[in-house]
Unconditional design. Sequence first.
Length: 243
Amino acid sequence: MATTTVTNSQFEAFVDATGYVTEAEEFGWPFVFWSDIDASVGPTLAVPNAEWWRRVEGANWRNVDGAKTRGTKCMPDHPVVQVSLRDAQTYASWVGGRLPTEAEWEHAARGGLGDVKFPWGDDEPDDESHLLCNIWQGRFPQFNAGKDGYLRTAPAQSFEPNGYGLFNMVGNVWEWTSEPFHIRSLKKSVKVRLAQTKGFQLSKGGSYLCHKSYCFRYRIAARSGTSPDSATPHHGFRVVWDN
């Protein structure tokens, strides 16, 4: 498994070599978090029931927020984001690898520590002093204090690695896996939710937008389903290779 998620500079080398065009570039827009949108962008459409996500024309992996203020040239060592499942799979194939399964991802995230909650053990991060990964500190979605040093993504190789030398297995960006999203449950409410996420892909790890009050998914066992053609500024991927 790669020690970090794929970075902007690595993805740029892939695009330069192949001429690949991401799905967000084809669609003409992805989603951007409300507080990251520059005033020059103008009015944007909100996602129903999650108004902090806005549709921004012209945003993509090179131009994360659509205002050409967060270009990848100034963040070569940060995770590439605004990439869909197809984008991640195509890059992984290009480097001779693939996306991890959920079991592979969880085994790697534990770093040899056994059944722990986080890559470093069971100590839980907080909003003040126990800042072990890049997550939200404050009141979501109104205010992020950035106590961990980052309001958005951190460099892919930041914070302490786990026991296997892997960086940012939780927090920073969600990571695509190779598996579809499923929940095994007989509860009617769960079945209704699953019907709404039909065709979604499994993502692991949480992101810099996660906070316990809203999205306590920066735990190893936590999981999320994402539309495979989605592209957001808090979603990237990591590659594995078969021996």
